[in-house]
Design a binder for this molecule. Sequence first.
Ligand code: SME
Length: 170
Amino acid sequence: MVHADYSNLKKGDFSKTETLQHILDSYSALETDNWVANLSNCSSLLWHAYHSLNINVNWTGFYLTNDKKQGTELILGPFQGKVACQEIQFGKGVCGTAASSRLTQLVPNVEEFPGHIACDGETKSEIVVPIVKDGETRGVIDLDCLDLEGFDEVDQEYLEKLAELISKCL
Ligand code: SME
């Protein structure tokens, strides 16, 4: 087995829950003591796993709490997809709302989310999961999809487990 095999899921081979569990197991297997390495590989795991489910994700990645801004701003972290905005204030957009409320934001239609920040006009739906450690938001997981209702409560359940694993390195 080589590292890339963690991303080599064949379309249709696994159920949604099996695929999401694969992300959790792979993250743990690849985990290092460095957040850059962990989140970089995790963005790739997310990208390939969701595409294997025929879910048209166009962005899979992270925003991290910017310690230089006293925990009031998120700064762009490792991701897969097109270039995105670098800074998001806590409370703004889907990411900033998840960060300030420490609650997952499941958005079936981004046009119906007040204040949604459109980094890519093609995005139709989004899920953002806060990564919380010691009661403070350390960052968020952000997934965008080209289709409406790209994500559901099953995604939320597994991504919240992923956030818990990631919180250890932030
Ligand atoms: N749509 C997000 C901004 C980040 S991009 O989707 C990568 C938001 O409203 O916070």
